[in-house]
Design a protein around this ligand. Structure first.
Ligand code: NAD
Ligand code: NA
Length: 395
């Protein structure tokens, strides 16, 4: 079939297998071009099919020749209905990994559930024995708690006061004022239950209790801080409370891993266009200004550049350069004073009329379409494609 983008708000209902495959190939080529990383050899990535998790899987496999197990929650294609991009990305990744002689297996299902943890435990027992790196890169709006069955929904709200600021509809370029009401009831607890550290710890407990973590095993989860303008709705809001919990959990897990000399870290990454971040109000306007400034300074990075640098310079580069809260910072270039000062100045003046000039709306929009395999250079979108693509390890 011929597949075209069909967007509704900040989601795209279709995705393109050839475009997704090309994105994966481009990321692999980037990692290879940077040379080998003396990193982990048996890697589990939870949230492995898109964004930072996919970049982590690719960096492990093609930077360090690692065997990888990837866990994600994606929709396979059916006749006449394209699958979700994570499914196509994983199909492409496995194809490339296998061709390169690398072990790669994938599990599609709810990572928050006991059942999926059990499947992963069994797969590690059968195939890899022990894991030396666990990347935790889930972004989800909901979580069903595995022991109580309660279904929690996360919200993106400020805590305390109404937050009003500018935002942009990146499809139309229209800049407008939005107001977001503060969290109420159990909003904060619910968001912590979804995006906090409890599930990360459950994964590590499950692996450790079955003796599936190698001596000195490391685990890394991803976090975000961001600028002053988004602070009320992001870092000081409900999602920030969840990130605080996630960051605190790193210390708990490190304690748990003492007997094997293991460590848990949080890496604070840069703001990027992903399916998760497109849904957060105000962030798209910030990202479009940030992209403009960082590209002009020659320091723009995407997910793959971020994770390749995280691996080569921090995790396996001998200098974690932890901040005062014990976090790895690859948002260091985003947070540079000169970058933030320029973004702030642009923020003040941004309007519908000038945004296409002072911001990188085109870069934002392109990245958004790229997430779904559209507008990828070199792909022939007129060509008939088979929408049903299988992930080789998933039957
Ligand atoms: P993403 O949406 O691209 O990726 C999320 C991944 O989680 C996908 O592989 C998806 O299939 C998987 N997933 C979601 N729910 C699942 C479930 N129930 N079971 C199994 N898999 C599930 O998101 P991302 O932007 O790469 O975010 C990953 C992490 O990085 C998050 O913790 C996010 O807060 C953090 N982060 C993001 C940004 C950003 O700007 N995008 C910046 C810094 C940190
Ligand atoms: Na991810």
């Amino acid at each position: 079939m011929i597949i075209e983008p069909r967007t509704r708000g900040f989601i795209c209902l279709t995705s393109h297998p050839t475009g997704c495959e090309q994105n994966v190939i481009n990321q692999i080529e980037y990692v290879k071009s940077k040379g080998k990383i003396d990193g982990a050899k048996k890697v589990l990535v939870i949230g492995a099919s898109t964004g930072f998790g996919l970049a982590s899987r690719i960096s492990s496999a093609f930077g360090s020749d690692a065997a990888t197990i990837g866990v994600f929650f994606d929709k396979p294609a059916t006749e006449g209905r394209p699958g979700s991009p994570g499914f196509y990305n994983t199909a492409a990744f496995e194809k490339q990994a296998t061709a390169a002689g690398l072990y790669a297996k994938s599990i599609n299902g709810d990572a928050f559930s006991n059942e999926i943890k059990e499947q992963v435990v069994n797969l590690i027992k059968e195939d890899l024995g022990q894991i030396d790196l666990v990347i935790y890169s889930l972004a989800s709006p909901v979580r069903t708690h595995p022991t109580t069955g309660t279904r929690y929904k996360s919200v993106l709200k400020p805590i305390g006061d109404v937050f009003s600021n500018k935002t942009v509809d990146f499809h139309t370029g229209k800049v407008s004022e939005i107001s977001i009401n503060p969290a109420e009831g159990e909003d904060v607890e619910n968001t912590i239950n979804v995006m906090g550290g409890e599930d990360w710890k459950m994964w590590m407990d499950a692996l450790q209790s079955e003796n599936l973590l190698a001596e000195g095993a490391t685990t890394v989860a991803y976090s975000y801080i961001g600028p002053e303008v988004t602070k009320p709705v992001y870092r000081n809001g409900t999602i920030g409370a969840a990130k605080d919990h996630l960051e605190a959990t790193a210390f708990t897990i490190t304690d748990d891993l003492k007997s094997i000399g293991g460590k848990a870290y949080v890496s604070v990454n840069k703001a990027l266009v992903t399916q998760a971040s497109s849904a957060i109000p105000v962030i798209p306007l910030y990202i479009s200004l940030l992209y403009k400034v960082m590209k002009a300074k020659g320091i723009h990075e995407g997910c793959i550049e971020q994770i390749q640098r995280l691996y080569s310079e921090r995790l396996f580069g001998g200098d974690l350069a932890l901040d005062e809260k014990g976090r790895i910072r690859v948002d260091d270039w985003e947070m540079r004073e000169d970058v933030q000062a320029e973004v702030n100045k642009l923020w003040e003046t941004a309007t519908t009329e000038n945004l296409s000039e002072i911001g990188d709306l085109e870069g934002y929009s392109n990245d958004f379409y790229n997430l779904f395999g559209f507008k990828v250079a070199g792909v022939d979108y007129e060509a008939d494609v088979n929408e049903v693509v299988n992930v080789p390890s998933i039957q």
